[in-house]
Design a protein around this ligand. Structure first.
Ligand code: SF4
Length: 105
């Protein structure tokens, strides 16, 4: 293998590696939680906190959102992020479920 062939080879390996990494990161992130999934229904999850059933969850207020929940794995400004209650999926930043706990701090 000449020097230039070796350089090209390693460039290709590096490029393939990043594509694979990006792919696995996307697979981990998963899609958005479906409000109609069994887990979402059980937890009263809504992708829009203002759509929460007020009769069923009287303690809910519209300022409670996934982005200010203790369990939200994203940043407060993220449109969506992980939540341990919905493994492999993403919850909407403005979403809510009955397990909401105010983020400390
Ligand atoms: S536990 Fe928190 S972050 Fe997870 S879905 Fe419920 S409100 Fe959103």
């Amino acid at each position: 293998m000449s020097d230039s062939t070796r350089r090209i080879f390693f460039k290709q390996v590096a490029a393939t590696g990043s594509v694979l990494l990006a792919g696995s990161a996307m697979a981990q992130a998963g899609g958005l939680v479906d409000e109609k999934s069994a887990q979402a229904v059980a937890l009263g999850y809504k992708a829009d906190t203002t759509k929460v059933d007020k009769a069923k969850y009287p303690k809910h207020t519209n300022d409670q959102k996934c982005t200010n929940c203790q369990l939200f794995a994203g940043k407060p400004t993220d449109a969506a992020g992980g939540c341990p209650l919905f493994a492999g999926k993403q919850v909407a930043g403005p979403g809510w479920c009955s397990a909401w706990v105010k983020k400390a701090g």
